[in-house]
Design a protein around this ligand. Structure first.
Ligand code: NAP
Length: 244
């Protein structure tokens, strides 16, 4: 059988990078995108894939990226993140817009562009990384909650609309995973980011990548619709047991 191609967005760190490694180890030809091209080029060299610059908030960049993807059997929509933890009263509209753009419209842009190739593959799969924030509102999570709820809606509508077509649609919603996520959320403040994981054993990017690998390797008659994955020490967005 010809080698199948998996496209991974946001593969320059965290869950995306770990998933690209896991998929490559499972025999997938990986095409990886992100804005930090030095990192994706190093990863592509390591796993034998192809690195292409990608900014999911920029339609021209998405078009250029997707035009270089010859065939696509699997799309992992992973690029995303949170900016800030402001309350609704203190909300920064620009941050909300940025979260909506990268998480929701970014997922839409790439999915829409690659859908014809996913259908043409005869057994396509879209796996989207959502979040516990897509299922449960929490104080200070407003903008990220709104964006990830929208990502979940997009993913579930896509599943409905593709019924009868050869494309499976899955959503993996992680809780706390130690990546660069909190560093980005707190605008590079390493001390604040470290506090998020204080006294807790969070999940690792590799834990989520293992779920991605498993979902991607189910037989074609099985669609894993939704997975919620939490660290053992976390039972909901803000219920976390810390050993301090
Ligand atoms: P991360 O280490 O910060 O990785 C985020 C990735 O997204 C990076 O590769 C980044 O690459 C990419 N990205 C950001 N903006 C982009 C853009 N405009 N265009 C293309 N790529 C972009 O965080 P992570 O935890 O692995 O996050 C991956 C996904 O998991 C996100 O959707 C996040 O919301 C979700 N998630 C994370 C957690 C958690 O606790 N860590 C929990 C639930 C869900 P560049 O900056 O190089 O472009």
């Amino acid at each position: 059988m010809a080698q199948r191609t998996a496209v991974v967005t946001g593969a320059s760190s965290g869950i995306g990078a770990a998933s690209a490694r896991a998929l490559a180890a499972d025999g997938w030809n990986v095409v990886i995108g992100a804005r930090r091209t030095d990192r994706i080029e190093a990863l592509a060299a390591e796993v034998g894939g192809t690195a292409i610059p990608l900014d999911v908030t920029d339609q021209e960049s998405v078009d250029a990226f997707c035009s270089r993807v010859e065939t696509c059997d699997l799309l992992l929509n992973n690029a995303g993140g949170a900016f800030g933890t402001a309350s609704i009263a203190e909300a920064d509209v620009d941050q909300w817009q940025a979260m909506y753009d990268v998480n929701v419209l970014g997922t839409l842009r790439v999915t829409k562009a690659l859908l014809p190739k996913l259908v043409a593959s005869g057994d396509g799969q879209v796996i989207t990384i959502g979040s516990i924030a897509a299922r449960e509102p929490y104080k200070g999570g407003g903008g990220y909650n709104a964006a990830k709820h929208a990502v979940a809606a997009l993913t579930r509508v896509l599943r409905l609309e593709l019924l009868g077509q050869p494309v499976r649609v899955s959503e993996i919603d992680p809780g706390m995973v130690e990546t660069e996520f909190s560093l980005v959320r707190f605008d590079g403040d390493a001390e604040k980011a470290a506090k998020v994981y204080e006294g807790v054993t969070p999940m690792t990017a590799e834990d989520i990548a293992e779920a991605v690998r498993w979902v991607a390797s189910r037989p074609r008659h099985v669609n894993i619709d939704q997975i919620l994955m939490l660290a053992t020490a976390q039972t909901s967005a803000q219920s976390v047991h810390r050993e301090l």
